[in-house]
Write a protein that binds this ligand. Structure first.
Ligand SMILES: [Zn+2]
Length: 343
């Protein structure tokens, strides 16, 4: 097994802690009833875009097609998983508000985008799935994609959430903890309802501050207090962070990592992600107003898949340790992870 890429800022201790969390979660997956929508990897057709890879043998003519599923097989150190970045899902109420316009995808455009993803065989996953995959637990569905929504605007709940549910899609809501219950933002009850219904809650600081331009004390509060506040509300850990306005530097990353987060996303463009760069994951910006063709182009080529003969469970840590019984003994960490720990 090849060594994983350089782990950058990741210290061995953090990596081991991350492994322990994911191991304990993964070990219990078979024992709990999933509470979130599980994408069905085999049932969606992909008109005009066959998922069979070119190296796979063709099905014999005249025989019944075996039960096959296209998956991203375990063990790849990096994977192409576009992380889409949405803000408002609304018709921008003020045409003169250029910033608001560039952060607003209309509900009809958003619906068409979700329809296109479904019709073309994409499978929205969350960061729990992606973290588990990169730690060596299980496979990913074909054409994996992550749908993120920044800032916790009220229309995340009123508009995006129902459209996601209608498509049986997962998503990730990055919540600004200090904005919860303000008029333009989601309420605490709405956060809880989304958390229980397929939306992974991530952290987007207390006040949406530019983390590169505040004091060390304020940086600590913005990161730690937002995590603690949302965990108190949800009753389980939150693992995923998003830098406000994509602003970060080495000190900011260090604090985010020290606070116990396991991933963080930026506004830098890109679609390839690994465990080693998990505190600076890139995203695909959806500004609103772009054509569907442009967005499709931004997704790039999907991660190659393999056909397997039967469905395999996708490793899916769902709602955090607080709701999952821990079973023992834990399995040892996979070879790839041991090899990645320096020294
Ligand atoms: Zn933001």
């Amino acid at each position: 097994m090849a060594r994983r890429p350089d782990l950058g800022w990741a210290g061995a201790g953090v990596l081991i802690a991350m492994a322990a969390v994911s191991l304990s979660e993964a070990a219990t997956l078979r024992d709990v009833t999933p509470v979130r929508a599980q994408p069905a990897a085999t049932t969606r057709s992909a008109p005009g875009r066959p998922v069979r890879p070119s190296h796979a043998p063709p099905a014999a003519l005249g025989t019944a097609a075996p039960t096959e599923e296209a998956i991203v097989p375990p063990g790849r150190p990096s994977v192409r998983v576009p992380i889409l970045m949405y803000h408002y899902i609304r018709v921008n109420p003020d045409p003169r508000d250029k910033l608001g316009f560039n952060l607003s995808v209309t509900p009809s455009d958003f619906g068409r985008q979700m329809d296109w993803l479904a019709e073309n065989g994409y499978h929205p996953i969350d960061f729990g799935d992606l973290r588990a995959y990169l730690l060596g637990h299980g496979s990913l569905p074909s054409k994996p994609i992550v749908l993120t929504f920044d800032d916790g605007y009220r229309d995340m709940y009123t508009t995006a959430f129902p459209i996601l549910r209608a498509h049986h899609f997962k998503g990730v809501a990055y919540i600004v903890s200090g904005f919860v219950n303000s008029p333009n933002n989601v309420s605490a009850e709405q956060v809880l309802e989304m958390d229980a219904n397929g939306i992974e809650i991530g952290v987007h600081t207390v006040s949406h501050a530019d983390l590169t331009r505040i004091s060390a004390g304020d940086l600590h509060r913005e990161v730690y207090d937002s995590k603690a506040g949302l965990e108190a509300l949800l009753g389980h850990p939150v693992h995923d962070f998003c830098y406000p306005s994509g602003r970060f530097n080495a000190a900011v990353v260090g604090v985010v990592q020290a606070a116990g987060f396991e991933t963080a996303t930026t506004t830098e463009p890109g679609v390839v992600h690994s465990a080693g760069d998990r505190f600076t994951w890139t995203r695909v910006r959806v500004s609103g107003g772009e054509s569907l063709e442009q967005l499709v182009g931004d997704l790039g080529q999907p991660e190659p898949t393999q056909l397997v003969s039967r469905a395999q469970p996708v490793a899916t840590p769902r709602t955090g340790l607080a709701r999952l019984p821990v079973t023992f003994p834990l399995r040892p960490p996979p070879e790839a992870l041991v090899a990645a720990i320096p020294g």
